[in-house]
Design a protein around this ligand. Sequence first.
Ligand code: ASP
Length: 448
Amino acid sequence: MKEHLTVAKFGGTSVADAGQFRKIREIVAGDPGRRFIVVSAPGKRDPGDTKVTDLLIGACEKARKGEDFGKDLDRIRDRFQAILDGLGLEFPLQEEMELLAKSLREDPQMDYAASRGEYLTARIMAAYLGYTFVDPAWCICFDEAGQLDPLMTARTMRASLLPLDHAVIAGFYGADMAGKIHTFARGGSDITGSLAACAVGADLYENWTDVSGLYAADPRIVENPETVPFMSYRELRTLSYMGASVLHSDAVLSASEAEIPINIRNTNRPEDAGTMIVRHLPSGAAKNRVTGVSGRKGMSVLQIEKVMVSDGSGFSALMLDIFRERALPFEYCLTGIDSITLVIRQDLLDPCREDLLQEIRDKLHPDFIGLRDHLSLIAVTGERATESSDANVRVLEKLTEEGIEISTINQGAGKLNLLIGVPEEKYESAIRAIYDYRQGEIHRQAKQ
Ligand code: ASP
């Protein structure tokens, strides 16, 4: 029988101190399938703390300005030394710090400096677990412009990892053909984990963090929201797009293409099952249920009216061309019989709003243009819930009962989301109302 294979990525808070390293050792020992481990750099130990990556970036900025960065390097060294002392490990930290100081003095390169947190963490973790250290500079391939080469990376990673029984891979960076280090965007160790999982054909990609999965609503708005047991990749992408941030979106994309399930787990509560992100929700899971609700403030709605917009004369295409030429993105566009509505982020619209309106008037001669600011856009996500119009109607009823004005409604044929525009000042109460509706449905179904 084929043994199951897991890639487990541990985020910044999971490697923040020696105690967290110990928890990881227990988690890894708990399942022989966890053969490939990806680590971030030590994150915050408490809200007032500074992430090691930020200390490294700060040191490099000072080095570039010719300022003294000695104190920043001392803080970085102290954090790693405390981990080594706590674990009772021998490690050539002094040599590594001297190499870093030398490179900052001679040629301060931001990506190289920023990557050293993951590099040191992975080396220490490998020594602690007795695993092989894999430097992504050998197997995550970037071009000279800093763009990932996914095909070469897949091939090289597979060749580097598969012959190994166990390995720890540093997250967040790779290198180009000349050996120059490039990093992903912040939070990019998730991408390393996902690339590793795809390259080795893992059965599961575990993403260990400090929450027991994805919340059904923003915990800053809803008190103790539930974590969602199952979620589809599509649902996760919408929820993250609208602001729920746990996993880097590029990491979700590559895992979903390879159909590798992602399990969000809590290093501090390994007994919790977390959230399992899959292509198809298991039958029976989340039937008729809203998976989650998320949203964003700061939206504007542009409404253009013209008799018979949808008569095939190309009015909508001309309108969208104006946006394309200005490289101005919009959140969604709805066309009706006599009107087009676009929802646009207000911060992107503000610098060009007068020019844009004038261009629309000149090119399209509309009968009416309306622009309304200070809206929020709410996504009610749930592949199963939005299949039936019943849930949508109930959500809208619930908002109306609460006296919340609904400015726009959009649901495509894909039925993944119901997007609702509400005034910004009603954003929080709308999220709470929809979450309450979700919980009510769950209890109602449980009783049936
Ligand atoms: N250490 C990097 C950051 O702070 C990458 C990561 O943690 O994923 O963004």
